[in-house]
Design a protein around this ligand. Structure first.
Ligand code: ADP
Length: 370
């Protein structure tokens, strides 16, 4: 069992760089947590503080209620999988898996049993005598996971473990890691810059922004449907959310492209944002083409011009202009508007968001999104 608690955890590197600001979170036993954000936002630093590989400059970090700031890595009961695999090239798969246990002085027959059991879980039984150079990237990654898994720890840390694999292997390993997590049940903290990985694997996601600032912590569902600010709105979802700048006048969103939407139905208190610069936002996949050029009840109507279309098979990405703003829309391939054509699409009220341009925070809303 491992429950983790962070209280105002900060990291300042010796050169003075403040890499993580006031990290606060409680992680439940057995949770799968992804730290996600662009390169350099402090994900690895946070992971390394959990591992005991970096000192915590300020704040408190608890494991199962015990202050862990000063604990050694070993005392913390963690195993870590790195991006680089960090396998021993001169050892076989068997020896790589067994190495940590041998160092701990565990009996050879117990090691044999554990290696065989771990190899079975990871589909490595037929490769135990091979050296890493004779394995594919995916197999090396499995050995790296196996080496962590075999130690039966209660906290599993993974730093971009799939980034050296090709797209297909990544998808396969993603579900394998999820399955392993389900069967082993160790609390897992997983670092990635890939929002799809985070969305598909996590119980909860921590979105971080450069400078080491946590933006939002929530389930994939919460982050997708209720992004708290413009950063999260733009980070979660692929293609990203569309943003149209404008202003609130007489309770309406208006902008230079001639849009004029009554936003009372989608914000709690429209008077509180009267006169403010705001961003009207919607996801590419949330729109519908306007049949007959008209919006239905509880929909906003937007006119656009097609720039480019991209057939993906099950869907078409339409790159279009709304005024002078580029948007991306997902449409049914059978309904794809012609290149260069003007067309209209609708944004259902429940899929429309308003953000304050200055604070970048979501304007409070009671809309049920799903
Ligand atoms: P991420 O994992 O999100 O890519 P990191 O946690 O590796 O980001 O790094 C966060 C920031 O801290 C980066 O700007 C990085 O350059 C800086 N950084 C990392 N390690 C050190 C260090 N040892 N000394 C100074 N700055 C560092």
């Amino acid at each position: 069992m491992a429950q983790l608690l962070f209280k105002d955890v900060n990291k300042v590197y010796p050169n003075g760089y403040h890499a993580v600001h006031d990290f606060n979170m409680e992680i439940k036993d057995g949770e799968f947590i992804c730290l996600v954000g662009d390169s350099g936002c402090g994900k690895s630093t946070t992971l390394r503080m959990i591992a005991g590989l970096e000192d915590i400059t300020a704040g408190e970090f608890y494991i199962d209620g015990k202050l862990a700031n000063q604990m050694t890595s070993r005392e913390r009961g963690i195993a870590m999988v790195f991006q680089s695999y960090a396998l021993y090239p001169h050892l076989t798969v068997y020896e790589n898996l067994a190495f940590g246990l041998m160092l701990e002085g565990i009996d050879a027959d117990v090691i044999e049993e554990k290696v065989q059991a771990t190899a079975k879980i990871l589909g490595l039984t037929d490769y135990l005598e091979r050296f890493p150079r004779n394995l594919s990237g995916g197999q090396c990654q499995r050995v790296a996971v196996g080496r962590a898994l075999i130690r039966k720890v209660s906290i599993f840390l993974m730093d971009e473990p799939l980034s050296n694999l090709d797209a297909k292997q990544r998808v396969t390993m993603r579900s394998e890691i999820k399955q392993i997590h389900r069967s082993v049940g160790a609390t897992t903290i997983y670092v990635t810059h890939d929002q799809t990985e985070a969305m598909t694997m996590s119980d909860r996601i921590v979105v971080m922004k450069s400078g080491g600032y946590v933006q939002q912590i929530g389930t994939p569902f919460e982050l997708y449907f209720y992004p708290k600010n413009l950063f999260v709105a733009g980070f979660i979802g692929e293609p990203p959310m569309n943003f149209l700048n404008g202003k609130v006048e007489s309770g309406k969103f208006v902008n230079g492209a001639g849009l004029c939407f009554d936003i009372k139905p989608i914000v709690k208190d429209v008077a509180s944002i009267e006169g403010r610069e705001v961003v009207f936002a919607f996801r590419p996949e949330a729109i519908k083409l306007a049949k007959g050029g008209k919006a239905g009840k509880d929909e906003y109507l937007i006119e656009a011009q097609v720039d480019l279309t991209e057939l993906l098979g099950d869907t078409t990405n339409v790159y279009a202009n709304v005024g002078d703003v580029n948007v991306i829309l997902k449409v049914n391939p059978h309904d794809t508007p012609e290149m260069g054509a003007a067309f209209k699409f609708c944004v259902p009220h429940k899929a429309a968001y308003v953000y304050d341009k200055e604070t970048e925070e979501a304007v409070p809303s009671d809309v049920q999104r799903q």
